[in-house]
Design a protein around this ligand. Sequence first.
Ligand code: NAD
Length: 508
Amino acid sequence: MDVPALLARLGVAADGACAGTLAVRTPIDGQIIAHLAPSTDEQAEQAMRDALRAFHAWRVVPPPQRGELVRRYGNLLRQHKADLGELITIETGKIRAEGLGEVQEMIDICDFACGLSRQLHGLTIASERPDHRMMELWHPAGIVGVISAFNFPAAVWAWNAALAWVCGDSVVWKPSERTPLTAMACAALFERTCADMGGLPAGLLRTLIGGRDLATRLADERRVPVLSATGSCAMGKALAPRVAARLGRAILELGGNNAAIVCASADLKLAERAITFAAVGTAGQRCTTLRRLIVHQNIHDALLARLQRIWRQLPIGNPLQADTLVGPLIDAAAGEAMDLALRQATAEGGTVLCGGERIADPDCAGGCYVRPALVEMPTQTDIVRRETFAPILYVMSWRDFDEAIALHNDVPQGLASSIFTRELGEAERFMSAAGSDCGIVNVNVGPSGAEIGGAFGGEKDTGGGRESGSDAWKSYMRRATCTINRSAALPLAQGIRFEVEPDAGPPH
Ligand code: NAD
């Protein structure tokens, strides 16, 4: 783990990562890998001024030229994929394949946004008035604030930033205080892209390093008309009212408590692979991690026996090693939260079938490695209805399909959901208005691992925001509805007559 060399290759200035009070640790062995200086009030104010100035110049640049910047950024990311992926692994503890996958997601959204830069279409609308026409214009919104979580330290920011830039906005980013190096590397690569392209306004991206106070500042900042905040439901509940108090727009991407319903007709081989990746991938630290398994009673015992065999054989350890599938939790506190949840689940009548114990790796002493837990629950108790950000899969059984859907929806969060079935009727009901109440609804696909082409986000306590593909770009722009009159008459809408015939007065 030669972090200084890695940072140097990614263009992060050496002095940027070695002086200050913010200690950055790698979850791999708990060692400190950098000391950063948190952004001061003056720096935050300067960032806002830079970003506003950049916005004023950038908003009038033709969108396809804005797309060209994002296309070039995607290409630079391609060149640095290995280094950036490794840095993500070092800072988050996710395995190499997932670190690289995260960079690929950034590249994908750059490609998507570049294409989008020629497709920021508005509607043309039939007017009820003769010789009139209506149309919608989409204009840049302003500075887009981005607050991001530790578990996707680069991709989620890129979903926001790539769209914001092609939409004509500038970006001020407050990354997680646990993954600031990845943010600094992403920013350094972006600055290099801007310098290579030339002629661009300075300040299209400003990054604020530090804790919650900076996130709160962004929430209160009137110069930030759009704030995209990714993190826990508690964070969303703290920040959303502040954005609302100044009538700003918040895109909230908050916690999930994702379930899969397994039907009696399911292809169990396929289901068990999907369940395993979704439940234990990223060591259970994805917003879309599978946390609740709702299994038809006829296949319950057979599926659980197979899952227990898999859970006991999972390769757990140093995420930099090629054969590891489950890396460490982000820190010891996450391990304690997992212990606490397992104790509460037992107290609520659950049985821990396997997992939950610490895994000692002599090369990684200081890291928090756990075997993912499989817990059978008699019903959906309090602990099951909560998101514990660790690899715990609660299993419940069902007899009646309506009962399964009711169980599925009976949690505060509404992010991702799955059904495993070969019955068309069950799949269609799950996707229908009376089915899953989540933002992401999958059939014979686990709840995690979304593609960038779709709009990503969820309902209820997950916050209702949508990012990434489809028409999510509209949240980063403001809409102007324009009406044009090509005649000399002035008919009013709804047929209203409003005419004043003044007496013939003195000529003007
Ligand atoms: P977190 O809420 O602790 O922190 C996320 C960000 O918000 C950080 O930048 C942090 O500094 C800031 N923050 C946290 N609490 C705050 C507060 N009270 N006031 C102001 N700022 C605050 O989340 P985390 O532990 O970094 O990430 C895990 C959580 O994020 C999980 O709940 C996970 O489900 C969620 N998440 C959601 C999505 C999504 O797209 N829906 C994606 C990734 C993670």
